[in-house]
Ligand binder design. Structure first.
Ligand code: APR
Ligand code: ZN
Ligand code: ZN
Length: 346
């Protein structure tokens, strides 16, 4: 049930930086091939795979869909699969617990997020491979592997933002800007972008924020400012910074009674959620969204078509392009907050 994919485009996401650096001490699994945002072409097909062929244009997904387990069979309950759900601890293939990469001496090189795309060829279980229309630009489709699907899906599926809603987005990297794009496409009346990096404001405005807040410029907590601006708080807030203090600000910036906060950041910390249980009685809710609540194999092709049609615009997300050999530079650009997505090509 495995495929070998020739990776044509891949880009660095903040999650790669977190695990490459070993910020989560429990997960220092090396040597390991990182990377999970990519697109490419099927180069060979393993026994048992009947939905993909050599030459198919594909996008790997870190949150797979086997289609057979109780989770996959649940229509709307979850997009987590029993076997192929997002799991940063998993470092080998599901079928035999072994690696498909090795050093010249034959020592294993571990896998990452069911995908491992920082390599010219990768081997992925078919549950984690989505076929994409041949007409689509593979370069742009690589964005659907993670950031854009996460952000737009969090708005469309997880929060189901209605036209006219007010929204606050904390962290304006690729994930946060995908939330902005999703909110814009749904006709949100106000989209407040929050980032400590002042350079993030112009791009975010081009995509669709109506207001920008830099918490460093405020003499009060960000949530207070947002509540003042919106007569009590926004309808929806999204945390896309990977910081628990930011998550608390996002939580408190929604309107009591109905506010919903969606957490998208990855939090490499031992700390627990930064809220008191009694605060939930105020009627604010907090949820997370894995892969934008898309069931990857069955729902991503439709989402890809929406992107091709221009319902969701992808161009703004690719800020840099360079050959794969310059990957260190690409990682530095993301780490410095100087890029959204730097497309690496082989
Ligand atoms: N308040 C507001 N914004 C912040 C703060 C803060 N305290 N700290 C960081 N940010 C902003 C950064 O300035 C940056 O613009 O959050 C943004 C994060 O963007 P990227 O580093 O580009 O990360 P991205 O790839 O968008 O991922 C965002 O989602 O998938 C997860 O692991 C990923 O936690 C990360 C998050
Ligand atoms: Zn990612
Ligand atoms: Zn499954």
């Amino acid at each position: 049930m495995e495929l070998r994919i020739r990776v044509l485009f891949t880009s660095v996401c903040h999650t790669d930086l977190i695990y490459w650096r070993g910020q989560d001490k429990a997960q220092r699994i090396y040597p390991r091939i990182f990377g999970h945002e990519a697109s490419g072409v099927v180069e060979s097909v393993g026994e048992g795979v009947d939905d993909l062929e050599i030459g198919d244009h594909v996008v790997p997904i870190f949150n797979g869909e086997c289609g057979k387990c109780v989770y996959c069979k649940s229509k709307k309950k979850t997009n987590l699969c029993e076997k192929f759900r997002v799991n940063t601890m998993k470092s080998t293939m599901s079928s035999d617990g072994k690696c498909r990469f090795s050093t010249e001496e034959g020592k294993p090189i571990f896998h990452f997020l069911n995908t491992s795309t920082f390599t010219e060829y990768t081997v992925v279980d078919s549950a984690c491979v989505v076929k994409i229309d041949r007409e689509a630009s593979l370069k742009k489709m690589s964005l659907l592997s993670c950031g854009v699907s996460m952000g737009v899906g969090a708005v469309w599926n997880t929060a189901d933002v209605e036209e006219g809603s007010t929204v606050a987005v904390f962290g304006l990297g690729a994930v946060g800007l995908a939330v902005v794009e999703g909110a814009r496409s749904k006709g949100a009346s106000r989209i407040i972008g929050v980032d400590v990096n002042p350079h993030k404001s112009s791009k975010a405005q081009a995509i669709g924020i109506t207001d920008f807040i830099n918490p460093k410029d405020l003499d009060k907590p960000t949530h207070q400012r947002i509540r003042e601006m919106t007569e009590g708080g926004v309808d929806y807030s999204f945390e896309c910074a990977g910081n628990l203090d930011v998550l608390r600000e996002a939580f408190l910036s929604t309107h009591d009674g109905w506010g919903l906060t969606v957490m998208l950041g990855v939090h490499p910390t031992q700390r627990l959620l930064p809220l008191h249980p009694m605060e939930l009685f105020e009627g604010r809710r907090i949820v997370t969204s894995v892969f934008g609540d898309f069931k990857g194999k069955s729902q991503l092709p439709h989402f890809a078509n929406q992107c091709i049609k221009g319902v969701v615009k992808l161009d703004e997300f690719i800020t840099h392009e360079m050959p794969f050999s310059r990957i260190n530079e690409a990682m530095q650009l993301l780490s410095d907050g100087a890029s959204l997505r730097c497309l690496l090509h082989f």
